[in-house]
Design a binder for this molecule. Structure first.
Ligand SMILES: [Zn+2]
Length: 136
């Protein structure tokens, strides 16, 4: 089985946004945690988050870290997914086109770095509305 086929097979699993909801205080943690980061309770249950969310706020990083010059500008958004808030990179959008309240959808992007033959995929968010684009 080729790597590509394997990726498609696991894509839907990776794209599931599993969080944990605290049964004591209601706090939702993403990525999931064995205990609540807010109140410390271990009474947490797994809960899948919706894939479509809304940008609550965002920041644009123009000053790159050494060795990461090619990744700027980098847009980091705080995204509301149901009752949860998730910090993630926004892709397929220019910094000047990002809007608060904009609808975004989860997408898997290949990371540039390969760790021991494992191709790491990273969860990012892209605008939900498709626009005609001359670049890919
Ligand atoms: Zn809690």
């Amino acid at each position: 089985m080729t790597t590509i086929q394997r990726i498609w097979r696991i894509k839907n699993i990776l794209l599931r946004l599993i969080s944990t909801r605290c049964l004591e205080c209601g706090f939702i943690a993403y990525p999931p945690k064995a205990s609540c980061p807010k109140c410390g309770s271990r009474k947490v249950v797994e809960e899948e988050l919706p894939k479509v969310g809304e940008v609550l706020t965002y920041t644009v990083i123009n000053v790159p870290l050494k060795g990461f010059e090619e990744f700027t500008p980098l847009i980091i958004g705080l995204i509301k997914l149901g009752d949860a808030k998730v910090l993630a990179e926004l892709v397929d959008v220019k910094p000047e086109d990002v809007r608060i309240g904009m609808k975004v959808v989860a997408t898997l992007r290949r990371s540039t770095k390969t760790l021991d033959g494992v191709i790491p995929y990273v969860l990012k968010f892209k605008p939900l509305t498709l626009k005609l684009n001359t670049t890919t």
